[in-house]
Design a protein around this ligand. Sequence first.
Ligand code: HBI
Ligand code: FE
Length: 272
Amino acid sequence: MLTETIIEGKTPPPAGAAADWTIPQHWERFTAEDHRVWDTLFARQQELLQERAVSDFFKGLDVLHLSRPGIPELDELNERLFARTGWTIVSVPGLVPDDIFFEHLSKRRFPAGNFIRAADSLDYIEQPDVFHDVFGHVPMLAQHDVADFMQAMGAEGLAAMRAGALHRLARLYWYSVEFGLAREDGETRIYGAGLLSSFGESHFSLESDVPRRPFNIPEVLRTRYRSDAFQHGYFVIPSFDALLKLLTDANLAALYEELEGLPDLNIDRSDG
Ligand code: HBI
Ligand code: FE
């Protein structure tokens, strides 16, 4: 599971990183073992996600030629992604400060961890690695409404930080971009990167008896999430154009104010 490290304030970038925390990918430095880990994770998820992920996920894999073996070389991948929706993947050492992260998103740049988990810990990552980021997030960035939604989330993240409401926006991000479910052809399907890239939670999110609630922004902004375990419930969107419209029609600053006095919710309505 991802550990959520919100790094407050202006943390200086690590040695070798630019001011925006980007680093060169140095694809040639990935070992045969790293590529084998990618291929193992890829094969496992691709098989598991048949009939579980939204069709736009597979379309993204196809359009971006992501089904080839080994960790993708970003310059090549970026040519196709940029041509498709204007997004570019940039390599970063790991979690970056919130202001840096949302600034990148607001400019259609997706920060991808420039390392991959070890072969003996396929199901546990401390920080988003290249598999979580490039397999989990990038194929959905080839879908035009998601591409627009992610850029809008960047701008909203920066605005939320200025309003002291980042904890609210983080929930919106978490219950869509990371752990979102969507209706498609009368079925519930996965589109969130945290689910797409997780073996266990791909099963759990669709097959367990936790609540799956209609996605609505005021409720999402009040609902706690887990960053150390499977979610205790999920929100479901009817479509990606609906998700984008909900965000663009929302006045988040006014909502932050309105929700000020209301208690947080647990998605499974357990109290405490
Ligand atoms: N940094 N590299 C990286 N990847 C993330 O997903 C990320 C981050 N920094 C902050 C952050 N996410 C969170 O603020 C969001 O998940 C809300
Ligand atoms: Fe992520």
